[in-house]
Design a protein around this ligand. Sequence first.
Ligand SMILES: *[C@@H]1O[C@H](CO)[C@@H](O)[C@H](O)[C@H]1NC(C)=O
Ligand SMILES: *[C@@H]1O[C@H](CO)[C@@H](O)[C@H](O)[C@H]1NC(C)=O
Ligand SMILES: *[C@@H]1O[C@H](CO)[C@@H](O)[C@H](O)[C@H]1NC(C)=O
Ligand SMILES: *[C@@H]1O[C@H](CO)[C@@H](O)[C@H](O)[C@H]1NC(C)=O
Length: 450
Amino acid sequence: MKLLACTWALWVLAFCSVQATKDICNAKPKDLPLEPMCIYRNTYPELQPTKEPEKIPAGTNPRVWELSKANSHFALSLFKQLAEGKSSDENIFLSPISISTAFAMTKLGACNSTLEQLMKVFHFDSIKEKTSDQVHYFFAKLNCRLYRKKHETTELISANRLFGDKSTLFNESFQHISEMVYGAKLMPLDFKEKPEVSRMAINEWIANKTENRIKDTLPEGSIDTNTILVLVNAIYFKGQWRHKFDKQNVLKSDFHVSETHKCPVPMMYQEKKFQYAKITDDKVKILELPYSGGDITMVLILPFDGTDLSEVVANMNLKKLVGWLHAMKETSVSVQVPRFRVEDSFSLKEQLTKMGLEDLFSPVNASLPGMVAGDGPNLYISDAYHKAFLEVNEEGSEAAAATAVVATGRSLNIYRDYFIADRPFLLLIREASINALIFTGRVANPCESS
Ligand SMILES: *[C@@H]1O[C@H](CO)[C@@H](O)[C@H](O)[C@H]1NC(C)=O
Ligand SMILES: *[C@@H]1O[C@H](CO)[C@@H](O)[C@H](O)[C@H]1NC(C)=O
Ligand SMILES: *[C@@H]1O[C@H](CO)[C@@H](O)[C@H](O)[C@H]1NC(C)=O
Ligand SMILES: *[C@@H]1O[C@H](CO)[C@@H](O)[C@H](O)[C@H]1NC(C)=O
């Protein structure tokens, strides 16, 4: 049997997103007729039923809601694993939803244990059968919801594309669905004769889709003459705060990376009513900064002074996180957040394999019969990359109106709640109405970037 490679690329960029064909956003399931090549059924009759009855947000398809929850489970598992693998003074930043979206595409063509592992690692086995069989359809609906909210000041753009070797015949219906659902029209490249040229073409496409924020995603040597398929998923977000920070209120202040390491950062300041909670049991403060337009917000989670962020992360699960989010109430808060920039990249192959997604990356065990036509080559994913970037400043992008605001003093009013992010904290960029986690991160060391 001839074994051939399939490469996978993913990257992300922070600050903005979207796009989906209008037809898809209005489509009914029957308009997207695709029986998955293979079906996996959870052998456990029911996963633990949730204690409290679920409150699904108004205007939300219950299946989209289920899928979004599965994505959040995956997001937290991956985040925790990354946090454990990195030293506590390193930043982390990624877009879990773009990873789930990209891998959901492989589910379309996967069988046997390859399929089973995909279902488990991405928590697609926690959703109802009908949702799972049509997961591509509900991903499309979720994407419509995220990306359709267009606003002059907020941009969320995602772009997907398959690059296939020009000599390989791919399954027509796989290509068709990919294009319809993910906007990923397959582009033929000459991997066999010109792997390096092909690699640069893909990196250029990514750079172009992310306003040149994400470059060189595929490292040298990642494409070789055995490559058959590269899947790329990019996400770009750019948002302006609903309540901007005043440039005049930015002062140098110490950020405590650890007990023994601190550095000066430009600390932004404002005092306003925000969604906020102080969770004494878990020793965290949680604050939500909304972007203008739509429901996209940045949530900051800061451990109490003297509590280690790693301890908070180790004890965190989705139920806890949702509890914290629900505990937030409109509160007058004095906020200090550093201006910073984080960039992160990692091998998804390494991380996902650790989580149990082994067969997809195995030349021997991978089963992806739905991707190639007929008795095409045996595919496996030879590698997968993720790259992400986030920049946070006073406005998020250029601010035309230089409002004259009188600088407020910084002495802390002891009767007021305050949120001073001068030590490592977590951040989430989410769609608040369905709690879709678009980006997750840990800002542990903003020192070199601000
Ligand atoms: C994988 O699935 C195919 C088609 O569904 C089946 O014919 C084959 O026997 C399975 N292989 C293994 C190793 O289970
Ligand atoms: C991306 O490509 C298009 C068309 O080739 C070009 O017009 C555009 O300027 C490029 N954008 C960037 C950011 O390079
Ligand atoms: C393929 O699967 C078998 C059985 O699960 C396992 O022992 C073997 O290590 C796998 N091979 C690779 C290359 O992953
Ligand atoms: C392509 O995939 C579909 C569904 O997964 C399958 O029914 C069809 O037979 C495949 N076509 C070829 C040429 O393999």
